[in-house]
Ligand binder design. Structure first.
Ligand code: UDP
Length: 314
């Protein structure tokens, strides 16, 4: 197949690019490098099945992209995803999910390619239903600081299903719950990277709020497996992909201290505005449709991530 992946230099986009190239597909990776890192693509640099272009898909796509190959799949993963990163570039974040999605849908409509979108558990906002099934409509503050990301992703979903209904574009949408693994940006400000690097450096480990808020952490290879299975299915509505094992942030910090022996103390800092209090996916749909479930435990995944960080980011 010929696959166009936006956000290819990002954490998830780079794993996906490598996965498809390893399977013998051709991948054109696009990224404007606002949060992506070219070093994530080092292992594809000399591979004839991979090509990279520095392109911002918020702007109209160059004609050459449409004509380059007969694209089978257009996969939109370009977007800042970490709260501190999208707080820093709010308009760009909104545009890549709004205009970027529209440009890529127009391309799919024109050439008959399938469209794949990386939506997020953030569409559920600070959820009042727990755990969250795909049928939950969410609890999002439309003008809060996180709305930059949450509402942009929700808008993109609305746009995707408009193109699906109006123009019969074949679409797949996943809602990704907190995902971690090798190639995450150590500077991205998320809890996994912050706490692991703080522990490695013996610096205070920052807990926002009282640390009793929960998250469910998925290792990146489980996500990639779910994506591959969804592409091969004919289900065109949103599917949650996440690991339902739920941890408080304090429990998460304890686990980090278990795998990285450290003198670091926990320090408590203010909870960011609209920080969701709980998050855990219902994955019954992915299980039923795709026979998918996560295989990598948090401890095993963190150990693999640690090995990568020690070797590549120390
Ligand atoms: N968090 C924390 N310390 C940090 C970074 C994040 O306690 O150094 C908390 C954050 O407030 C949130 C959770 O960890 O409740 C997950 O944050 P992250 O930014 O990783 O992702 P989110 O799920 O909020 O998008």
């Amino acid at each position: 197949m010929n696959i166009l992946i936006t956000g290819a230099a990002g954490f998830i986009g780079s794993h996906l690019s490598k996965y498809f190239v390893d399977q013998g597909h051709f991948v054109l990776g696009l990224d404007n490098l606002c949060t992506g890192r070219l070093k994530n693509l080092d292992d594809l640099k000399n591979n004839s099945l991979f090509q990279f272009e520095n392109i911002d898909v918020s702007k109209p796509l160059p004609e050459s992209i449409a004509g380059l190959k007969k694209w089978d799949w257009v996969m939109h993963f370009a977007s800042p995803a970490s709260p501190p990163k999208y707080f820093a570039i709010p308009i760009e974040t909104m545009l890549v999910n709004a205009e970027g999605t529209r440009h890529l849908l127009d391309l799919c409509r024109k050439i008959g390619a399938k469209f794949f979108y990386s939506s997020t558990s953030e569409v559920y906002g600070d959820p009042l239903v727990h755990p969250q099934p795909e049928s939950y409509w969410g609890n999002v503050n439309p003008i809060g600081v996180r709305s930059i990301y949450d509402e942009a992703k929700r808008y993109a979903e609305a746009m995707i299903y408009s193109y699906h209904r109006e123009f019969k574009v074949d679409v797949r949408v996943i809602r990704i719950f907190n995902t971690y693994g090798p190639k995450m940006d150590p500077e991205d400000g998320r809890v996994v990277t912050n706490l692991m690097f703080q522990a490695l450096k013996g610096e205070p480990m920052t807990i926002y709020g009282d640390g009793k808020q929960t998250r469910s952490f998925q290792y990146v290879s489980d996500l990639v497996d779910g994506i591959d299975r969804l592409m091969k299915s004919d289900h065109c509505y949103p599917v949650n992909l996440g690991n339902p094992s739920e941890f408080t942030i304090l429990e998460f910090a304890e686990l980090v201290k278990k795998i990285i022996p450290t003198q670091s103390e926990l320090v408590f800092q203010d909870l960011p505005q609209d920080d969701p209090k709980q998050r855990k996916p219902v994955i019954a749909l992915a299980h039923k449709l795709l026979g998918w479930e996560p295989r990598v435990s948090l401890e095993a995944g963190l150990r693999k991530t640690l090995e990568y960080f020690k070797f590549h980011e120390a």
